[in-house]
Design a binder for this molecule. Sequence first.
Ligand SMILES: *Cc1c(COP(=O)(O)O)cnc(C)c1O
Length: 225
Amino acid sequence: MKVTENLQRIEENILQACQRSGRNRQEVKLIAVTKYVSIERASEALKAGIFDLGENRDEGLLAKFEVLKDKPVWHYIGSLQTRKVRNIIDKVTYIHSLDRLSLAEEIQKRALAPVNCLVQVNVSGEESKHGLAPEAVIDFVRKAASLEKITIAGLMTMAPFTDDENVIRHCFKQLKDLQVEIQQAKIEGAPCLELSMGMSNDYEIAIEEGATMIRIGTALVGEDS
Ligand SMILES: *Cc1c(COP(=O)(O)O)cnc(C)c1O
């Protein structure tokens, strides 16, 4: 499938999810996750009118960063090893996977300007998932936001892999509640305006529950090319 065809279908679904939940299309940023696909396919996504690309490895990001002529906004969405920070730090606009203080300190050390970070939360409690436990998040946000190169731009989660829509929805609702709690705490350096949630299988539910960033790979650019 061409990216343009996939995009058209996804855009319709996004619009309908926005309508169902009384939201504006402009409130939801679509990130094309290009981690499975070639540079050519990523380029096709940019030509189709997408501005934001997500990668989960430094190699993948760097390879595409160097050659893509239409410069996208880069999102780092994968678990980030501390020693990899310096490879990507001056290339990405958002890091969606801040999950520990040692990582925040490395970003603080390497960044030239404040970096938009999203705190990854393991809402579902699955052992296989990265991220902080929900009850640890607010304390972590206070500590990380006190570093001047860290802006806590929002929260990120991955829902469990299940067909049970209620489980997925509940997971997204909990992330939204946590965002409200952080916003109410009015922590300097932590505006926390973004909710990065929703992938190929669950982005419509995520939008209904308040996602401002959806990360779509398979349904948009495919799994390999
Ligand atoms: C791979 C990945 C995605 C995209 O997943 P799809 O199911 O292919 O849409 C989104 N978010 C993260 C963190 C990922 O690693």
